[in-house]
Design a protein around this ligand. Structure first.
Ligand code: AMP
Length: 308
């Protein structure tokens, strides 16, 4: 079992869905990632919060074993993000992004975490993601997330980062935008040519596709009957996936496939409540049951027609 060093936003989210709304709920890429990954393996996060960040949101993470020694408390306002979902929960509108203390954030990895072997670079400025990599001695496996904002605005830095990343996790729109390829299989090949051996393309409620050197694997989205808020599902997906790989200490293709299912399972739990709340009550049995459900949903007997 290996510790994961994760960097990302620690935010306060204001979210509106057709089923309710929430103001200043704990959120951010590092928060959702850690809340999910901590169910598999120890996690340390590096990030920044403002002086207005509620202690209860941080103790929620530390109570679940997340190491917060790398989370700085700076004078000023916390990073805030606002989003609104319509009836199609696969698309959302960003209402605001207020960087607050995040604007001047320079990640500093505490000395004791520089030996981390497993690194997750959550969705932040690729310049900061590179800065984190510079401070880690010899990372064995580096996974990375990004978004349209950085693909548009920081393409050159992002391309430099890609060359140092083992695994890129993006959604379908981001994969197309990054590669300029409308076809997702070609987009994944383009990404692999520019660095990462492994690519996952997330497709929201429709699951995720894994591309490794010579394998393609698909996991569906879990058919939830009630979705409260999809915010953070992508980061929880990454938490489930990397959490499983770090726990197994392996990126063998069989583990990558299994990890994709753990990713989809953890992403589905994120949708069951506002903020990362669902991860507080989640137990190993819940995760195991959901993963079994994926197996039942996808396994089938291949019968060869007698005429062949
Ligand atoms: P997801 O739904 O997995 O894409 O993640 C949503 C989370 O990402 C929210 O909790 C936001 O606080 C956070 N977020 C949104 N925009 C940004 C950004 N530009 N940089 C860092 N984090 C962000």
């Amino acid at each position: 079992m290996s510790r994961i060093l994760a960097v990302g936003s620690v935010a306060l989210d204001t979210v509106e869905t057709p089923f309710g709304s929430v103001t200043d709920a704990p959120g951010g890429s590092a928060t959702f990632f850690a809340a999910a990954a901590a169910h598999f393996t120890p996690v340390s996060i590096v990030g920044v919060v403002g002086s207005d960040y509620p202690d209860s949101a941080l103790t929620f993470l530390s109570d679940h074993g997340v190491d917060l020694t790398g989370v700085e408390k700076a004078v000023g306002e916390s990073f805030r993000w606002g989003g609104k979902y319509g009836f199609d929960l696969n698309t959302r509108e960003t209402l605001f992004t207020k960087l607050g203390v995040f604007a001047d954030f320079h990640p500093r990895i505490p000395d004791e975490l520089r030996e981390a072997r497993w690194v997750f670079l959550g969705n932040i400025n690729p310049e900061l993601q590179l800065d984190v990599l510079e401070q880690v001695d010899e990372p064995e496996f580096v996974a990375c997330d990004t978004m349209n904002y950085w693909i548009e605005g920081e393409r050159e830095t992002l391309m430099r980062l890609l060359g140092r990343v083992d695994f890129l996790i993006v959604n379908d729109e981001e994969a197309r935008q990054l590669s300029g390829e409308p076809n997702l299989a070609k987009a994944a090949t383009w990404i692999q040519r520019h660095g990462p051996d492994h690519v996952v393309i997330k497709k929201g409620e429709h699951g995720a596709v894994l591309f490794t050197a010579d394998h393609v694997f698909f996991a569906p989205g879990y058919p939830l009957e009630e979705i409260v808020d999809p915010t953070g599902a992508g980061d929880a997906f990454a938490g489930g996936m990397i959490g499983h790989l770090a726990r197994a200490s392996s990126v063998h293709v069989a583990e990558m496939r299994r990890a994709t299912v753990y990713g989809c399972a953890m992403g589905s739990f994120a949708c069951e409540a506002f903020g990362p709340e669902r991860f507080a009550s989640l137990c190993e049995r819940d995760i195991d049951e959901r993963v079994r459900a994926f197996r039942e949903m996808t396994a089938f007997e291949h019968e060869i027609p007698s005429a062949i």
